[in-house]
Design a protein around this ligand. Sequence first.
Ligand code: SAH
Ligand code: SF4
Length: 390
Amino acid sequence: MTATSPITQDVLTIPRKTDGEALPNLIGMTRDALSTALADIGTPERQVKMRLGQVWQWLYVKGVTEFDQMTNLSKDFRTLLSESFSLERPEIVTRQISTDGTRKYLLRIRGGHEVEAVYIPEEDRGTLCISSQVGCTLTCSFCHTGTQKLVRNLTPAEIVGQILIARDDLEEWGRAPGDKRNVSNIVLMGMGEPLYNTDNVRDAMKIAMDGDGIALSRRRITLSTSGVVPEIARAGEEIGCMLAISFHATTDEVRDKLVPINKKWNIEALIKACHDYPRLSNSERITFEYVMLKDVNDSDADARRLVKLIGGIPAKINLIPFNPWPGAPYERSTNARIKAFGDIVNKAGYASPVRTPRGEDIMAACGQLKSATERARKSRAQIAAETGTS
Ligand code: SAH
Ligand code: SF4
């Protein structure tokens, strides 16, 4: 049974300047940007560094949501801050908790757009899967997000905001550095293609990695890309996170159909970018994600081609049983097929864990994320079509 506990909240009231323009959000500003912002409101130059440190601690160690909670700042300074800036988080529209403990958050951001974030608790870690865009411009044929029409890039504040929301919900603020963490890992595997929004993803991850704040190690952050080849090296250099590649096929013919960006950057170009990924080593391997689609990409020959293609790259292969969604044109490979495929990959010396689908009862599994407004719009359109009222 699905435990659903929608959190009802008032519609977010966005603080505005008197001329009606929204105030700049301090959340999501890099240290440099925040420093400039503090100087711009008249913070004396010799105090900027100290104030920056204090504000940063309030935002990312204590997780405050109001300037008034920043109690080591003078009242006047707090007033000045609140007149100049906002502390805006995404608004939680619903929170669903799966029977397996997975939590899915539907979040509303500026413009009434919606994105999803998913928290997956495991024995030894807690992974937060976050979105980088509303929808996705790419149209991988097995992915629900790819059928969503509406697309915009998320701002750094909206990306970091997903982490803040999860930490709020999991009551994770103000813990000592060595304490066990609920959100110990981040994966950029939610809605969107992170390397079509590289700058904002980078700024957001810099904030998440900052040692005086959320302090997640770069090795606990994994960015998954469908293969935006020219951006891959930049992700390594500017973020330094772990890389996952949505590989999914072993011939250009099949990959063109499953992951259409392959028509622009084919398997050969993608493999080359992987070989060149900065800091690649046996302790920092690339994860090759491979969605198991019945009779499409799951043969023994595919498995053998796969290990040949990635030869020489420190890698592990993550087999993802296809997660169906309403109207999806594919079926999941059988368990026996997935096992046979995994055995071939294993024998070639690669770890090939099968990703256990999590939160299936709340449509929280990989590739199932799609905003509720879009779903609602679709179903109204479908109803109209069925009843002939369109
Ligand atoms: N856009 C990025 C990151 C988000 S998708 C990317 O494509 O890599 C995260 C992972 O889920 C990708 O490997 C994607 O291919 C996979 N995925 C998408 N739809 C899926 C589905 N229906 N079942 C299983 N995995 C899916
Ligand atoms: Fe976009 Fe990734 Fe889905 Fe492809 S798999 S449509 S790149 S979110």
